[in-house]
Design a protein around this ligand. Structure first.
Ligand code: URA
Length: 228
């Protein structure tokens, strides 16, 4: 990783502060002073700041129950950021593994480990996401087959990947998908002539939502490893 990132991940310094330290000659890598911020360092390299050896913090993995009218961005925009719910330092390093729309609620996984989140969001990894969907009109009989085959979303070159539809009642269903295109679930129901009126993510992979709205917890080691 870049030297400035290493400093941020091993101290409480912000990126501009880390850059100032590097350019000010306060950082050594394997005993040599390094002033180039973009220098690549390995996690086993000996990096010191003002003579003190730095150790990378362990990655963090969280589950949170996203309230409606929050956004999955690190900063407040039209709606407040979901990250305001997280009572932990260094939130700027965290990112969500699969965004939800502002009006969608439910399970969001959050981490600072980009390799781990890649396994969750990349369609080829086939990680299942389960959504509870409220519909404006009763679901039609042929919807199960249509989603199993794949539907054409406007502006997309290919059909959606096979998806599983479980009908709970005429206007409530569970949809399991393995990809996450922009507004995917809403566009899938629009493609079959219906409209989503409520959307809640209940499960990602083997992880089921078990915290109250607006609350979060760290994932267990077993849960983290289930995506490796
Ligand atoms: N699909 C959507 O349309 N919206 C979401 O928030 C998630 C999946």
């Amino acid at each position: 990783m870049r030297l400035d990132k290493f400093i941020c991940k091993s101290t409480e310094l912000t990126k501009p502060q880390a850059i100032a330290m590097i350019e000010g000659g306060k950082v050594n890598v394997n005993r040599d002073a390094v002033t180039i911020v973009s220098t690549q360092v390995h996690e086993n390299n000996q990096v010191t700041l003002n003579g003190s050896l730095l150790t990378l913090r362990a990655f963090r993995y969280l589950i949170i129950n996203k309230p409606s009218n929050t956004i999955c961005s690190n900063i407040d925009e039209a709606y407040p950021s979901l990250f305001n719910c997280i009572t932990e330092g260094n939130n700027a390093e965290l990112h969500v593994a699969g965004r939800l729309d502002a009006d969608t609620t439910g399970l969001v996984l959050i981490t600072d480990d980009g390799r781990w989140s890649y396994n969750i969001i990349t369609p080829s990894k086939q990680c299942e996401k389960v959504y509870r969907v409220g519909l404006r009109k009763p679901i039609t009989e042929d919807a199960v087959e249509k989603f199993a085959v794949g539907v054409q979303l406007q502006g997309e070159p290919q059909l959606t990947r096979p998806a599983k539809l479980d009908i709970i009642s005429s206007q409530e269903v569970l949809l399991t998908i393995t990809e996450g295109k922009f507004h995917q679930v809403k566009r899938m129901f629009s493609a079959i002539g219906n409209k989503v009126v409520s959307l809640h993510r209940e499960q990602i992979g083997a992880i089921k939502l078990d915290v109250n709205e607006g609350e979060w917890r760290y994932l267990t080691e077993e849960e983290v490893n289930s995506f490796r």
